[in-house]
Design a protein. Structure first.
Length: 172
C-alpha cells in the first residue's frame, strides 16, 4: 500500500482527470493507514480492522473500475492493472504478520543497496555471485542473532579441510 501512495501522487502530478482520481485514491489510502495505526496501537482487534476497512476496499474498487474509463490513458492503464491486484492489496487485513508497507523488506535490503552504491556494484558474474552469497550470509546470521564472523571462519576452515560448508540454517 505504501508504494501505491507514491503511485497515487504520480496521478495527482499528471493533472487533469488523473489528478482528480489520484486525490480520491490518496484519501482512501490515508484512511486505510489511519485505521492500520489504530489497529497496531491496540485500539481495536483484527475483526474490527476488517469491518472498518470493508467500506474503503469497496470504494477503492469502485474508483479503479471507474478509472479504467479515465480520459488519461496512463491513469486508465494504472487502474486496470491495479484491479487485478485488489485481493493482494488487502491481505494485511486478514493475515497476521502481513503489513500494508514494505518497510521490513526495505530494511533488509538496505545494506546491499548501500554496498552497491558505495562499491559501484560488481563487474563480473563471479563477483556478483560472491556478493549475493556474502550478503545472504550476513543478513541471515544477523536475523538469527548469530555471529557473521564465526560463520565465515567456520566456512573457511571447512573449505580448507575439504569439508562441506556449515549450514546457515542450523542452530548452534
Amino acid at each position: 500500500m505504501v508504494h501505491l501512495k507514491r503511485d497515487f501522487q504520480k496521478l495527482v502530478d499528471r493533472g487533469g482527470p488523473a489528478a482528480r482520481l489520484g486525490k480520491k485514491l490518496q484519501r482512501i489510502a490515508a484512511r486505510v493507514f489511519e485505521e492500520w495505526h489504530l489497529f497496531r496501537g491496540g485500539t481495536f482487534g483484527r475483526r474490527a480492522l476488517q469491518n472498518h476497512l470493508d467500506g474503503e476496499a469497496r470504494a477503492l474498487e469502485r474508483l479503479l473500475r471507474a478509472g479504467r474509463r479515465c480520459a488519461d490513458p496512463k491513469a486508465a492503464a494504472f487502474c486496470e492493472n491495479l484491479l487485478a491486484l485488489v485481493p493482494a492489496l488487502w491481505r494485511f487485513v486478514v493475515t497476521e504478520g502481513v503489513e500494508p508497507t514494505n518497510n521490513h523488506a526495505e530494511r533488509l535490503l538496505r545494506r546491499a543497496v548501500l554496498w552497491r552504491k558505495n562499491a559501484f556494484g560488481s563487474h563480473s558474474a563471479g563477483g556478483c555471485r560472491f556478493v549475493e552469497r556474502l550478503l545472504t550470509v550476513v543478513q541471515t546470521r544477523r536475523l538469527q542473532g548469530r555471529s557473521v564472523l564465526r560463520y565465515l571462519y567456520e566456512a573457511l576452515v571447512a573449505h580448507r579441510s575439504g569439508l562441506p560448508s556449515p549450514s546457515l540454517l542450523s542452530a548452534q
